[in-house]
Design a protein around this ligand. Structure first.
Ligand code: S3P
Ligand code: PEP
Length: 419
């Protein structure tokens, strides 16, 4: 684990952000479930995406990478087989692949690292109990054995723990031999991610009907192989757009402003804070003469909150982030980590159970920060170093490889000074 020290320096230049991790997971899974060959272009590799590729291979898909494209032949085996899947630290891989691994009678072993073993899975355990699927796990370590298969029927799922459970079920249920209903027992959060799932399912020929309280999923459906391409990631773009409004000058070359990615909300939130979106020949950037505080409901855009909190720390007035409880069950307790990082940089911040209040100030103090082994916290620290007077140190720089292995190389290409 390597620590880095970043000298306070502004960034300038053009950058293509990694392509959407959320869309890449979904494309790889849908293609792996489709008989025939699919070709997916523009997949940015990261530890999480590697975990999904290896997981789908373990479940029978043939996947090879050539000339920057993924060639995927869906080949899920029928009948009892067994598979071992290492999810690394990817919540998406784990929660998407669990129901998929149970489309057929199977014996599967899921492992993972970091905090993944303590992120919630009870929603699935309840389903296993009611469907007599055998499961064995160790507390706080991801070491989960599953034996059995999913039966079509009624699946009651809370909407406010993680949308990833619903996505996992939406992928698996169309392949069962009967119709199913997913019934949401509490309001849906992270709904933009379900929209992405529904988009990809539709692209692969799968029909899902939205109901008053969830989704009706006809069974016996067949995924149709596709040729597809993945667009730029707004969760990653958020780091550079916030950097822009803090006085850097970075143009992003690969953003689709018509995207359905929920994290595009970053643009509208920063505009509310006084920023302007500028389209140039090369792409998009943002500028701001002055930043004002704002209030943000985090329930539909949890991943942009770390870097957004930095913009709030430098805005005039007091900002409130609400409905942010689920940030505590990400790669680290992000709600607490954000507050600790901002406090370390001299910001007046108050942590509540599911909210944060940030009193804006004119500057930030450069200090030693912890990454909390969380890619988004490490990248937030690096953007902070573009506005401090003193250097910022961050431990465990490698953690960015979860979503953006090239982050510090790109940072240096943009003029950053990293030791
Ligand atoms: O479906 C997805 O691709 C994701 C859903 C979100 O999780 P929750 O639904 O658990 O909030 C998000 O935080 C995660 O990074 C990716
Ligand atoms: C929370 C994240 O991903 P996952 O839930 O897939 O681990 C993330 O990328 O910030």
């Amino acid at each position: 684990m390597t620590s880095i020290t970043i000298q306070p320096k502004k960034l300038k230049g053009t950058i293509a952000v990694p392509t959407s991790k959320s869309l890449a997971h979904r494309e790889i899974i849908a293609a792996s479930l489709a008989p025939g060959q699919s070709i997916i272009s523009n997949v940015s590799m990261s530890d999480d995406i590697t975990a999904t590729i290896e997981g789908m291979k373990a479940l029978g898909a043939l996947i090879k990478e050539e000339d920057g494209k993924l060639y995927i032949t869906g080949a899920l085996t029928n009948g009892l087989s067994n598979a071992s899947i290492d999810c690394h630290e990817s919540g998406s891989t784990l929660r998407f692949l669990i129901p998929i691994s149970l489309i057929h009678d199977n014996y599967v072993h899921f492992t993972g690292q970091g905090k993944l073993g303590s992120r919630p899975l009870d929603v699935y355990y309840k389903i296993f109990d009611s469907q007599k699927i055998v499961y064995l796990y160790r507390e706080n370590a991801l070491d989960l054995y599953l034996m059995g298969y999913l039966k079509p029927g009624r699946f009651e799922v809370p909407g406010n723990v993680s949308s990833q459970f619903i996505t996992g079920l939406l992928f698996a249920l169309p392949r069962l031999e009967g119709d199913s209903d997913i019934v949401l027992t509490s309001p849906l959060e992270s709904s933009g991610y379900i929209d992405l799932t529904l988009d990809v399912l539709k692209e692969y020929g799968i029909q899902i009907e939205q109901t008053e309280d969830g989704y009706h999923v006809p069974g016996n459906q067949v995924y149709q192989a596709q040729k597809s391409s993945v667009e730029g990631d707004f969760s990653q773009a958020a780091f550079y757009l916030v950097a822009d409004i803090l006085g850097n000058d970075i143009t992003i070359t690969n953003l689709n402003m018509d995207t359905h990615q929920g994290d595009k909300a970053i643009v509208e939130i920063l505009e509310r804070m006084g920023a302007k979106l500028i389209q140039t020949e090369e792409g998009y950037k943002m500028t701001a003469d002055k930043l004002v505080a704002t209030d943000v409901d985090a329930s539909n855009c949890p991943d942009i909150i770390p870097v957004l909190s930095l913009a709030m720390a430098l805005a005039e007035g007091t900002s409130h982030i609400t409905n942010a409880g689920r940030l505590r069950i990400k790669e680290c307790d992000r709600l607490h980590a954000i507050c600790e990082e901002l406090k370390a940089m001299n910001v007046d911040v108050t942590e509540y159970e599911d909210a944060i209040t940030i009193v804006g100030r004119k500057d930030l103090t450069g200090v030693r920060l912890s990454s909390y082994n969380d890619h988004r916290m490490a990248m937030m620290g690096a953007i902070a170093a573009t506005v401090t007077k003193e250097p910022v140190s961050i431990d465990n720089r490698e953690c960015v490889s979860k979503s953006y292995p090239e982050f510090f190389n790109d940072y240096v290409k943009l003029g950053g000074e990293v030791e």
